[in-house]
Write a protein that binds this ligand. Structure first.
Ligand code: SF4
Length: 389
């Protein structure tokens, strides 16, 4: 199959959203954030398009004003805030980068590379690399981000998007495969003015196919379960999504009113439980300090007694345990297949074995929980376990 990197990414975030976008081909209106990102990307392309002299900051800001789209904003304050964020991003970018100092190899470079083989099936992954620079040491592949949240360095070191971009670069410049240490891959977080850079090893690139093939195998098996995440708040397919069915119910009944009241009460109780919990912790601290000061383990009040007990849990050092049990031929008997160990070996197994393991999964325990979220606070997603079975 032919799939774009953004399609693969979309599937990983929510398979159902992928189905709506790429199989049912339902158009999702672009969010303000997406349009904002497109405008900033376009200004950066303008700044770095090779010419006799690169545009000044004033010229870049002028370009930004010209392509700014005010139709997306029905509220003047929101528009002014977004516009000044754009101005700040571009001004900060100039403060840290002189566009005349870069040797641009390509901008918005399109690629289509093949992954897989006869056994796994061959597939094409397509995409666009924001920028490729020649550096004094080698090359740098850069992807701009306008996201508000920055990832950890560890995530950047394992970022699949950067790895596939590097593979695409190497497909174009195969001789550079010998100099992987001289090719930097970077995510430039424009709102923070921070560029997070990394490199890739041969091994990382060799393992890349397996990771993409796994996602493709799920798509080919038509697995399109919805995945509820913080991104759902910005999803344009809520009306079609089973997780949001109630939000768009047209008929309201008495039970709906009861449920509404229950939600209000649960939210109030949740807040109270939070504050009770922290007050309880403060009181515990106070009593423990008092016990330490008096060097006692129990304190007697007029209405009760509070005692201190110490509970310890133990674990075994696996290597020592192995050294003891292996000569006794007992090691294999006590080893269990646990999720963490299995996850570690999965990437090195052939696709067919991974599919067989996936099919062998059986439900273990089932618990029911309620996720409670205040609608006015989009960033907060608190989970409270209310019912368990
Ligand atoms: S609302 Fe969330 S779960 Fe539903 S389709 Fe969109 S991203 Fe997926």
């Amino acid at each position: 199959m032919r799939i774009s990197y953004s399609g693969l990414d979309s599937y990983k975030n929510c398979p159902l959203k992928y189905r709506f976008q790429y199989i049912d081909r339902i158009r999702e209106p672009k969010s303000r954030e997406q349009v904002f990102g497109t405008i900033v990307h376009s200004v950066l392309r303008y700044i770095h398009t090779p010419g006799p002299v690169q545009p000044s900051l004033d010229a870049a800001l002028n370009q930004f004003s010209q392509i700014w789209n005010s139709d997306l904003y029905d509220d003047e304050i929101a528009e002014r805030t977004a516009f000044s964020q754009g101005v700040k991003i571009i001004s900060d970018y100039y403060a840290k980068n002189d566009p005349n100092e870069f040797t641009i190899v390509d901008l918005e470079s399109r690629f289509a590379i093949e992954i897989g083989d006869d056994a796994t099936g061959r597939h094409i992954i397509a995409g666009t690399i924001d920028r490729i620079d020649a550096t004094p040491d080698g090359f740098e592949i850069i992807d701009y981000k306008t996201a508000r949240k920055m990832p950890s360095q560890e995530k950047v070191d394992n970022d699949l998007q950067l790895s596939i971009y590097l593979r695409a670069f190497l497909a174009r410049y195969p001789k550079e495969t010998e100099h992987l240490d001289r090719i930097t891959v970077s995510l430039y977080y424009l709102r923070h003015g921070v560029k997070l850079s990394s490199t890739r090893t041969r091994e990382q690139l060799d393992n890349l196919d397996a990771q993409f093939l796994e996602v493709i195998s799920h798509i080919e098996a038509a697995e399109f379960e919805p995945t509820l995440t913080a991104l759902c708040d910005y999803c344009g397919f809520q009306r079609l999504c089973p997780f949001f069915k109630h939000k768009f119910l047209e008929e309201k009944t008495i039970e709906d009113d009861d449920a509404q009241t229950a939600i209000e009460e649960v939210l109030i109780l949740r807040d109270k439980m939070k504050s009770d919990k922290s007050h309880f912790a403060e009181l515990q601290e106070k009593l423990l300090s008092y016990m330490d000061e008096k060097q006692v383990d129990r304190v007697f009040g007029s209405s009760g007694i509070v005692g201190k007990s110490v509970r310890r849990t133990w674990k075994y050092d696996e290597n020592t345990l192995k050294e003891i049990l292996e000569p006794l031929d007992k090691w294999d008997e006590i080893r269990k297949i646990n999720g963490t160990a299995l996850k570690g070996i999965l990437p090195v197994l052939p696709v067919s074995a991974r599919q067989a393991i996936d099919a062998a999964k059986v439900p273990d325990k089932e618990s029911v929980s309620l996720t409670i979220k205040k609608t006015r606070d989009l960033d907060e997603l608190d989970e409270t376990v209310v019912v368990e079975k």
